[in-house]
Design a protein around this ligand. Structure first.
Ligand SMILES: [Cu+2]
Length: 113
């Protein structure tokens, strides 16, 4: 009488608890930035922003100013004394801008993702 030996292979199920690379959806709350136009300068003249952030330009000069993209893709209205305007950052706003009345007034937005 032949006995059959059945090999029972027990598979040790390895529970691999690998730390799933942090896919935390970092919900970034849009930030607000203020840029003052004073003495024919944008202050600050370079600003790091993110898409969806807002910027308010406030003109503290007597002369009217604008914040206008070098490539004219966006602009504020003419801002008179003590006038301000708020824009929401979009992708095309990355780069240099100036004042149409005073082209020597230069500034830059840097979009960080
Ligand atoms: Cu100006």
């Amino acid at each position: 009488m032949q006995r059959r030996h059945f090999l029972q292979t027990s598979v040790a199920a390895l529970a691999v608890t690998g730390s799933s690379s942090a896919i935390h959806a970092t919900t970034k709350t849009p930030a607000h930035h203020d840029i003052t136009i004073s003495r024919f300068k944008f202050v600050p003249d370079t600003l790091d922003v993110r898409i969806g952030d807002t910027i308010t330009w406030l003109n503290k000069d007597i002369a009217p100013h604008t914040a206008t993209a070098n490539d004219d893709s966006w602009t504020t209205d003419e801002l008179g004394k003590k006038q301000s305007q708020t824009l929401t950052i979009t992708t095309e706003m990355s780069g240099k801008y100036y004042c149409v009345y005073h082209p020597h007034m230069k500034a830059k937005l840097i979009i960080t993702s």
